[in-house]
Design a protein around this ligand. Structure first.
Ligand code: MF3
Ligand code: CO
Length: 290
């Protein structure tokens, strides 16, 4: 163990006590933090090797999502998007994580959530039409690692209400990402999102959260997008999604008979954008960029 009067491990030439103390070498410090987060919060801080694998899964997620958003046009069915997604996963040697996930098993490879659908819409034979807004959510497993992202596709000209939720949910996501760095509390993400959504006259869905991701599809921590009191500090090696669902009207979600699909209780529009983000030593890295 390095002594307080030894030269610091960083090579500054200064004594450890005048330099990086009490932080041990970067490697040891990371391991101490990993142990602490596992014990205290059941959160797995990823190793550099794991990060490499998760980064690849996230890049694939972003590439597939980009292609699907480009293909989403008037007249195309969401089943056709699901088929294309299935093919793109297969060509990359990846497995769509949603397929058969959960209980009852999710039946499709992606989620396609139209207009007043908040999330977990099933692709079906309904053709897209002018004025639709569509969230496409893509989450591949590649070499055992998971990535997760979603974006909105707008079909032709859309109403003011729909344009509002599309824009506000995207801005909420990027404002939340912008504050991500070590030491920021999980609750601050919800603060940023809900404050902006309210300012724009929109509401934030409470019934779904962002989540740790990478080794499993859904891990801790939960990342609420609304005001909350989770005082867990973000730490290097944390990987999670931020995926705010923003409604034009009331925040409540009601479920279809399929037990998955959530839609707004008042039938007003809902929109969502999602990235997977890594907390680094000095800030963050958005992993789901194509
Ligand atoms: N990003 C979505 C989520 O984390 C993906 C859902 S896929 C599903 O909930 F299979 F769970 F529907
Ligand atoms: Co997700």
């Amino acid at each position: 163990m390095i002594g307080r009067n030894d030269n610091c491990w960083c090579g500054s030439g200064k004594k450890f006590k005048k330099c990086h103390a009490p932080n041990l070498s970067p490697g040891l410090e990371a391991e101490r933090l990993r142990d602490q987060y596992a014990r205290q919060y059941q959160i797995h801080l990823k190793t550099d090797e794991e990060i490499q694998g998760i980064r690849a899964a996230c890049q694939l997620a972003a590439q597939i999502l980009k292609r699907l958003v480009e293909e989403a046009k008037e007249g195309l069915t969401t089943n056709a998007l699901d088929q294309l997604a299935r093919q793109l996963h297969q060509e990359a040697g990846a497995i769509p994580a949603p397929l058969n996930y959960g209980s009852p098993p999710y039946p499709k490879s992606i989620c396609t959530s139209l207009n007043e659908v908040i999330c977990h819409g099933f692709p079906d034979d309904t053709p897209l039409k002018k004025g639709d807004i569509l969230n496409i959510d893509v989450s591949p497993m590649l070499n055992g690692f998971y990535g997760d992202c979603s974006a909105m596709a707008c079909i032709g000209e859309i109403s003011q209400e729909k344009a509002l939720v599309v824009d506000v949910s995207k801005e909420c996501l990027y404002r939340a990402l912008a504050i991500c760095r070590p030491g920021v509390l999980v609750q601050e993400i919800g603060d940023v999102i809900e404050a902006y959504a309210r300012e724009k006259g929109c509401s934030v869905v409470h019934q779904f959260v962002g989540h740790g991701v990478g080794i499993e599809f859904h891990e801790l921590p939960q990342i609420p997008h609304c005001y909350n009191d989770i005082k867990i500090p973000l730490a290097p090696g944390m990987i999670f999604t931020i995926e705010p669902m923003i409604n034009a009207g009331k925040p409540e979600a009601v479920f279809d008979a399929n037990q998955w699909t959530a839609r707004t209780i008042d039938g007003k529009a809902s929109a969502q954008w999602e990235h997977t983000v890594l907390i680094t030593a000095t800030g963050h890295e958005i992993l789901t960029i194509a």
